[in-house]
Design a protein around this ligand. Structure first.
Ligand code: UDP
Ligand code: MG
Length: 212
């Protein structure tokens, strides 16, 4: 009887440790539009064993996919600088994570409002470990300048124009900042000044990833 209990407990702890190691490890990457999230993520994946998933890129790809039932709704939200309902974004993120062989992800541009956070915690909370949240802190004027130059240089994005940008910045300040504060209270936020050139920022980011 004692032996059976010991075996059972041993089995339970084996299962528990296997389950926790099966979880996806996630670094969220947040910051204003044009803060350089995508640029820093590209640098990180070139040197560290992470897969980059940009929520915005996944939404844009879904919008372009033939026969997507979400195409029209995604287009409308993005053009208006609003945040797409979490059911759509979370499903795309989970699909991309399942399809990848990795279990270490940089999730860029998500969660950006309370709806995103609630939806993520409900669907993915038990399947993921959040390692930390990178916060690229960028002055408003720099964000505007970068997005407008990106638009002028032919980013092809429906929202790299002055009108969408005003809304994106408002959405960022009113909806995303509270999410950053939420993670900051959990001591998960690592903040970087996003105004210097990309190389200089990456030198700081590397110090963090070397220690992860
Ligand atoms: N977006 C969204 N949910 C997300 C990520 C992006 O609804 O989780 C939409 C939103 O309309 C946002 C746009 O996609 O303004 C562009 O996001 P992206 O992160 O690509 O742009 P960035 O803010 O980095 O310039
Ligand atoms: Mg981006």
């Amino acid at each position: 009887m004692l032996l059976a209990t010991v075996l059972l407990n041993g089995f339970k702890s084996l299962v528990t440790s296997a389950m926790s190691s099966n979880k996806f490890n996630v670094v969220f990457v947040l910051g204003g539009p044009g803060a350089g999230k995508g640029t820093q993520c590209a640098r990180i994946v070139a040197e560290y064993d992470f897969v980059h998933l940009s929520a915005g890129d996944l939404l844009r790809a879904e919008h372009q996919r033939e026969n997507s039932k979400y195409g029209a709704i995604i287009d409308e939200y993005i053009k208006d600088g609003n945040i797409v309902p979490v059911a759509i974004t979370c499903k795309l993120l989970e699909q991309a994570m399942q399809q990848s062989r990795s279990n270490k992800f940089l999730i860029d541009g998500f969660p950006r409002n309370q709806d995103n956070l609630d939806g993520w915690e409900k669907e993915m909370g038990d399947k993921t470990n959040i390692l930390c949240v990178l916060f690229f802190d960028c002055p408003r004027e720099v964000c505007v300048q970068r997005c407008l130059s990106r638009g002028a240089a032919g980013s092809g994005r429906a929202d790299d124009n002055e009108k969408s940008l005003v809304k994106r910045l408002d959405t960022y300040m009113s909806c995303t900042m509270p999410i950053i504060e939420y993670y900051d209270k959990k001591n998960l936020v690592r903040k970087f000044d996003a105004s210097p050139p990309a190389d200089k920022i990456f030198a700081e980011v590397s110090k963090l990833f070397n220690s992860l």
